[in-house]
Design a protein around this ligand. Structure first.
Ligand SMILES: Nc1ncnc2c1ncn2[C@@H]1O[C@H](COP(=O)(O)OP(=O)(O)OP(=O)(O)O)[C@@H](O)[C@H]1O
Ligand SMILES: [Mg+2]
Length: 184
């Protein structure tokens, strides 16, 4: 399994998934729910983006999880955790986590892979920051993620979304009210 927050998925993540799909029989990309209080993209949005991005990788599927990663990995019957190492800075944290996970579940191995060097500086956080400041993220994220970022950050789109939620919310309330009235 390849766990992460993928908020949003980047070309670095995708590079790792492609490499992982080549060496593992099956790869479950697992989105950590509740990793951050206020993520940029909802879990449902990340799920949808990742599914679209990995549609042609037949042995890759996307799922979400919460709580202890080793427990979720066990429930899948996974034998390996895939993680990416971009630079020395990733190493210390990843080593700690791998050793803690080994303590929690000694049969689970962590496998590290390196991305193509052109993605070695790409992180979701940097992508979010650049996009929020109005900078270009072309080449750092897949085209559909670029589009989603545009929609998320463009005030015109945001306004449309707010209206949609208003309309949908009202429709939901109307429906509930009707149901309530129907009850004897
Ligand atoms: N560009 C990349 N190349 C290789 N591995 C990566 C890359 N980006 C993320 N990873 C790895 O993918 C896993 C999941 O990462 P995560 O979802 O935290 O992404 P992230 O880019 O680090 O996001 P954030 O900046 O929000 O922490 C981690 O093992 C991370 O090291
Ligand atoms: Mg990270």
């Amino acid at each position: 399994m390849y766990p992460g927050s993928f908020d949003p998925p980047t070309n670095g993540h995708l590079d790792l998934m492609e490499r992982g799909a080549k060496i593992f029989e099956e790869l479950v990309v697992a989105i950590l729910r509740n990793s951050e209080k206020s993520p940029m993209f909802s879990v449902a949005e990340r799920l949808e983006m990742l599914r679209a991005l990995t549609g042609d990788l037949k042995n890759v599927r996307i799922d979400t999880f919460d709580g202890l990663m080793v427990e979720y990995a066990k429930s899948l019957g996974a034998t390996c955790i895939l993680r990416g190492i971009r630079a020395i800075s990733d190493y210390e944290y990843e080593l700690q986590m791998a050793l803690m996970n080994r303590k929690l579940e000694p049969t689970l191995e962590t496998v590290f892979m390196m991305p193509a060097d052109k993605y070695s500086y790409v992180s979701s956080r940097l992508v979010r920051e650049v996009a929020q400041a109005g900078g270009p993220v072309k080449g750092l994220v897949p085209a559909i993620v670029e589009q989603k970022l545009r929609e998320k950050l463009d005030p015109a789109y945001a306004l449309r979304d707010a209206r949609m939620i208003e309309v949908l919310g009202k429709r939901d309330l109307d429906r509930k009210e009707k149901k309530r009235k129907k009850k004897p």
